[in-house]
Design a protein around this ligand. Sequence first.
Ligand code: IMP
Length: 180
Amino acid sequence: MPEELKIKDLHFSKFINSDKIQTAIKEIAYLINRDYKDKNPLFLVILNGAFMFASDLLKCVEIPCEVSFVKLKSYHKTESSGVIKKLIGIEHDLSNKDIIIVEDIVDSGRTINDVLPQINSLNPKSIKIATLLYKPMSIEHEVDLAFIGFEIPDAFVVGYGLDYDGLGRNLQDIYQLSEK
Ligand code: IMP
């Protein structure tokens, strides 16, 4: 994969290569296999961004588990409340289940902050979050992240599921916006 690339009007340079991503994923899977040894967790994968992370993570999960794919739909509740992200596509009964939310990136924390009460209202036994990327400098809402692949600086990234204007999700490495 190239060291530099251009998507539409923006230039990106390679930031985290595929080998490093796979190593971080194996470490997360190790922790999940250990912590959920006698449980049958349900992975709730947030599409679209988490599809590649979830696919590689789940190949390393060796305990019995279920997987469900959900999406977020943005809508304006009231003029003043801003955009709320509503979880759609939950087909599983979450009651009494150990849920592991699979996210691509936690940036401001707003998305997870919107999603957690919606999952909580479905009476799961426990909820933990696994995110491939976390931008601690951008966080606006306190979130408890159980499994983190990489803490990264506050700069826009694409690749490995993450997009810029719909493009770049297919890249096997992660690229960061460059100054050019
Ligand atoms: P948050 O609500 O600010 O935590 O952002 C979470 C969502 O914003 C992620 O699931 C991504 O879809 C998107 N996002 C945040 N930062 C980036 C980025 O650097 N690149 C691509 N998408 C991002």
